[in-house]
Design a protein around this ligand. Structure first.
Ligand code: SF4
Length: 495
């Protein structure tokens, strides 16, 4: 998962850095979507200008390098690495000099990237320089544009190029791109798995992963881009839109559960309202279970940060007091986003401190947004027990995550998922909790439908919960099997 932004028309002239500064602000509001790297690219009549590096937004940009980002068109990216090797050459925005000079930022994951990369090599003699799936998309797009043999691309030609990409690339992608001498483009995959919102302010336009980035910069949200839709704003400020390849909308449920900022609205479903709904529906499951098993609780405690909103609603619904008794050290990164087990373990050791005076002797309902590998949950349960809790019930606003995500969330190997092949009883034992209680899949769906006043047919992607993937995942499964085999060989050699 990443955060992207595209801006056109924010500057009064090509020599100003206003677009870059707005992109910087937008990336700051999207920092929670990726902490590995960040980059901004601008375009003016002198060409493309880019600053990118590994690290947080605030560490990548400074007064001096922002000054180099001149132009009225900008792209920004904050990276959460799920594909590629994570070195600097893969940090977005990526650029290609031919044709016209193209810059691209991408949020999502391309399932058949390796197959497409091979096609680019054998059929078009294009040598890719990274292991990034974004570079694959960029080259496919550039290949099609160059086939038009023209000095000026029409909207119809841009549609043709995007449609060609949509037909060939399988997976999730929300993309913003700039083309020299042309303007800004943005488009989504045909299922709209990853979000993309469009905002407007006077003559300027912004697209971004979340509405928080748009509104923070003083733009008004126009609407979300439709699944499969292309938006093109040319250098004269003329807006062109067309839905090119639309299938059943399947936005990722994990945006509302965990990823998105609470003040954002994703695909017309407010994140805050959905988390309130998640808390209420989970409370019903808990009530039933407590009745069946004669469980009682004294206090509802959220695992900071994401679970707070749901925990408030849950406490109101259960009539059990809400207390924030796990204090977070705000200077440590979100553990789930870190890329190795070792880093996660170290971070969790340092991240939370329990308020012992309030926990001692209490029966505690611990509320978290989800249980992925269980690493964090186990540690927190232990922390609360050591602080003197007599009972610990661990409840999750997300139903059990049992399958891989091939669309950009970092739980690729099913064997690393605690719920993959365990019953709830076994999960309780593994985590050391007195009870583990999950949201139901229908409860999750209803919470989203009610928060966004969606039609009863609303079917977000829940493939990691129910195994119903919106796209073909054959290539991704083959890749995963090859990686597991490679890893086994390496481990075998090491022994
Ligand atoms: Fe989101 Fe799960 Fe679908 Fe991945 S598989 S896009 S995490 S709902």
């Amino acid at each position: 998962m990443c955060g992207i932004v595209g801006i056109i028309g924010a500057s009064a002239g090509a020599a100003t850095t206003e677009a870059a500064r707005e992109a910087l602000l937008a990336l700051t509001t999207l920092q929670h979507r990726g902490q590995d790297a960040a980059g901004i690219l601008t375009l003016n009549n002198e060409g493309l200008h880019r600053v990118r590096n590994n690290g947080l937004v605030e560490s990548v940009f400074n007064r001096e390098n922002i000054e180099s980002l001149k132009g009225a068109i900008a792209l920004g990216h904050t990276r959460y690495a799920t594909a590629g090797r994570g070195d600097i050459t893969e940090v977005q925005p990526l650029i290609l000099n031919y044709p016209f000079g193209i810059g691209m930022v991408h949020n999502g994951n391309i399932v058949n990237a390796e197959v497409l990369a091979q096609e680019l090599k054998t059929q078009h003699r294009r040598q890719l320089l990274t292991h990034s799936d974004t570079e694959v998309l960029l080259n496919i797009f550039a290949q099609k544009l160059s086939s038009f043999q023209t000095d000026h691309l029409s909207f119809e030609q841009l549609c043709e190029a995007v449609q060609d990409l949509q037909k060939r690339a399988i997976g999730s992608y929300s993309i913003a791109a700039v083309i020299g001498d042309h303007g800004l483009l943005a488009f989504r995959d045909p299922h709209g798995i990853r979000p993309l919102v469009w905002g407007k302010r006077d003559g300027a336009h912004m697209v971004a992963s979340e509405s928080v980035a748009v509104e923070f910069n003083g733009y008004e949200v126009v609407r979300n881009l439709e699944p499969g839709e292309l938006l093109y704003v040319d250098l004269e400020g003329k807006v062109h839109t067309k839905v090119l390849e639309k299938r059943t909308p399947r936005p990722c449920m994990f945006e509302w559960i965990y990823f998105a900022s609470p003040e954002s609205t994703i695909d017309n479903v407010p994140v805050y309202g959905s988390r309130i709904g998640l808390g209420k529906s989970l409370a019903q499951v808990i009530q039933k279970r407590m009745k069946e098993q004669g469980l009682e609780a004294d206090v509802v405690v959220p695992v900071p940060e994401t679970a707070r909103i749901a925990a408030i609603a849950l406490s109101e619904e259960l009539g059990v007091p809400y207390r924030e008794l796990l204090i977070k050290n705000r200077y440590i990164k979100r553990t789930f986003i870190l890329d190795t087990q070792d880093k996660r373990q170290k971070a969790v050791n340092l991240k939370l401190s329990p308020v012992k005076s309030e926990i001692k002797g209490k029966r505690v309902i611990l509320v978290d947004d989800s249980i992925v590998r269980g690493t964090t949950s186990k540690k927190i349960i232990d922390l609360v027990r050591k602080a003197g809790a007599t009972q610990v019930y661990f409840v999750s606003t997300c139903p059990p995550i049992r399958s891989s995500c091939y669309y950009g969330i970092d739980f690729p190997n099913p064997h690393e998922l605690i719920a993959n092949d365990r019953s709830e009883k076994e999960i309780e034992q593994e985590l050391g909790a007195d009870a583990v209680i999950y949201q139901s899949i229908e409860g999750l769906r209803q919470a989203l439908i009610e928060a966004g006043k969606q039609s009863p047919q609303f079917q977000p992607c829940m493939a990691c919960l129910d195994g119903h993937y919106p796209t073909d995942i054959g290539d991704a499964k083959k890749m995963q099997a090859a990686r597991v085999k490679d890893r086994a060989i390496v481990e075998g050699q090491a022994r």
